[in-house]
Design a protein around this ligand. Structure first.
Ligand code: SF4
Length: 188
């Protein structure tokens, strides 16, 4: 949630209120867009501050709201993120106004920096896919990019960590698949 605060007679500071316990890179992009909107509206922006939860605050007696959150001057980082913003906005507007959806494969961009709500893009995957029982991880996408969609099709010589073998074996029991690499793992 952005807040603008008068700083001096004609300049403004942007304060972006976050529910996190620190500043993340994605916050610079958020604020750079807010600064872009302010600039276009004629507001002269002086500094940019994400405001986030001070996780070192310990309540002693009455709550002290001014200690509950903290701010960091990220004006320089926001300036850096602002480079090329007009081109990015033009690209996004072009996609929004296109008559056809762009052909984009599923990938890490589906959950980074936030989960995309359009989960139907994943519907083509078979039961017992390499993304089961949870989505994410380098191995999942590595296999997917090699054309391996189902757990049972993972090559026998493919390197998996013990945790990934256990996770895959769990899906194997759910889906009645019999991958060779899961043999010897006791049922759970
Ligand atoms: S799930 Fe979202 S981010 Fe992923 S391909 Fe579909 S529309 Fe794009």
């Amino acid at each position: 949630m952005p807040v603008t605060k008068l700083a001096g007679e004609s300049e403004w500071d942007i304060i972006e209120v976050k529910g996190t316990a620190g500043v993340r890179d994605i916050h610079f992009d958020d604020v750079s867009y807010q600064k872009y909107c302010c600039d276009r509206s004629g507001l002269k922006i002086r500094k940019c501050f994400p405001m986030y939860v001070n996780n070192e605050y310990v309540r002693e007696g009455e709550i002290e709201p001014e200690k509950y959150s903290t701010m960091q001057d990220t004006t320089a980082e926001v300036e850096e993120s602002s480079k090329g913003i007009q081109d990015r906005i033009d690209t996004m507007l072009g996609i929004i106004s296109a008559s056809q959806c762009p052909e984009i494969a599923i990938g890490k961009h589906c959950s980074v920096p936030y989960d995309c709500p359009l989960t139907e893009c994943w519907d083509f995957l078979p039961d017992g896919s390499v993304f089961d029982p949870y989505r994410g991880g380098n191995k999942h996408f590595e296999l997917f990019e090699q054309g391996v969609l189902a757990i049972q099709d993972i090559p026998d010589d493919y390197s998996l960590t013990p945790a990934q073998v256990r996770a895959g074996a769990g899906a194997h029991h759910l889906c009645n698949l019999t991958p060779n690499w899961a043999s010897g793992i006791p049922p759970f």
